[in-house]
Write a protein that binds this ligand. Structure first.
Ligand SMILES: Nc1ncnc2c1ncn2[C@@H]1O[C@H](COP(=O)(O)OP(=O)(O)OP(=O)(O)O)[C@@H](O)[C@H]1O
Ligand SMILES: [Mg+2]
Length: 318
């Protein structure tokens, strides 16, 4: 852990939750008048980076964006400060585990779907954020949807974290900052890998990569170099999660594979404009799929996947 002050603002640091290249995430206790006490998480940016204008701007951007995002599925910001050059963000502490650990527990598909639906609601709230002045959509794209940035609380609530590289109103911040790669290539959309202009559909793709991983129990895109991963994101043949997961609720495969459509311009069959996963319960998923005309596959479940459906996924995913 980098040198960390034991007191930041009104909070006493208890221990480091995570130490990284840019800074730390700390567990701290705020104290105030009248025996006020509150646990919080504090995200810091290291002093030497805080002096770099770009890193400072990115950190401030994240804080400003979080200040506007008040949704139960997004970890709330509680405050922001600068103490002797250490920039810090106080946040709601989320006791729980990130989705990578959740995946390793091999949760049942219904639990996975409920968790991902919550995460999608949080992302959707960010996508729908509007300018306070003129009311226009701010075009927010999280750009870093990955198992490490989604938390499942011990109380079963899900929180989207880390808007550190989010796009706001077309701001296309570079993907590498100060020698540190931002964003996680295995969860990037094809358009992100190609460094094209992004919109919310990029987050939908990334959310479906995470959903695939949670169901399959292993990452979808892997490779031993950035180049190999980028190639996999663009060209790897995509197979439905039931290939690894065993029996899945009818049409869950369809939903995942539709979200992984690489060409974002190709209808629902391409990616939905917003991840409206209001409920991914098997029954609703089935209903939605049959409205799209997938009644043939809605009668099948588990590993018994229609050959025709598989072919159509391949066509869409191309
Ligand atoms: N509010 C919080 N409550 C509990 N744990 C948190 C909180 N915020 C972050 N964490 C933990 O710290 C980790 C890193 O947080 P975050 O992604 O926000 O920081 P980061 O510096 O941007 O990290 P990275 O560059 O690795 O993405 C998360 O994966 C999570 O385990
Ligand atoms: Mg992160």
């Amino acid at each position: 852990m980098s040198a960390v002050k034991t007191v930041l603002g009104d909070a006493e640091v208890l221990h480091a939750i995570k130490s990284g290249g840019m800074g730390d995430v700390l567990l701290a206790r705020r104290r105030g008048a009248g025996d006020f006490e509150q646990l919080c998480a504090i995200k810091t940016i290291r002093g030497e980076l805080a002096a770099a204008p770009l890193a400072r701007t990115m950190f401030l951007d994240e804080a400003r964006l979080l200040a506007r995002l008040t949704h139960p599925a997004i970890a709330q910001i509680l405050g922001f400060g600068d103490q002797d050059g250490t920039l810090y963000m106080m946040m709601e502490y989320v006791p729980g585990e990130h989705f990578r650990r959740f995946r390793d527990r091999r949760p049942p598909p219904a639990i996975v779907c409920a968790a991902m639906a919550s995460a999608c609601r949080g992302l959707h709230a960010a996508h729908e954020l509007r300018d306070l002045g003129d009311g226009h959509l701010l075009g927010v794209v999280h750009r870093d949807v990955s198992p490490d940035n989604l938390m499942l609380g011990f109380d079963a609530r899900v929180k989207v974290l880390d808007f550190g590289i989010a796009l706001v109103k077309g701001r296309q911040a570079p993907v590498t900052e100060l020698g540190v790669l931002k964003g996680k290539p295995p969860y990037m959309s094809p358009e992100q890998v190609k460094n094209e202009a992004l919109d919310r559909r990029s987050d939908v793709f990334s959310a479906c990569v995470v959903l695939h991983e949670l169901l399959a129990g292993k990452p979808l895109f892997e490779g031993d170099s950035l180049y190999a991963i980028a190639r996999a994101v663009e060209h790897q043949e995509l197979v439905p999660p039931s290939r690894w997961a065993g029996a899945l609720p009818a049409d869950l495969d369809d939903v995942v594979m539709a979200g992984l459509t690489r060409d974002r311009e190709r209808g629902w069959a391409a990616r939905p404009r917003s991840p409206r996963c209001s409920s991914a319960s098997p029954r609703r998923t089935r209903a939605r799929a049959s409205r799209r005309g997938s009644s043939a596959s809605s009668r099948r479940s588990g590993k018994r996947i229609a050959r025709g459906s598989r072919r159509s996924w391949r066509r869409r995913a191309r």
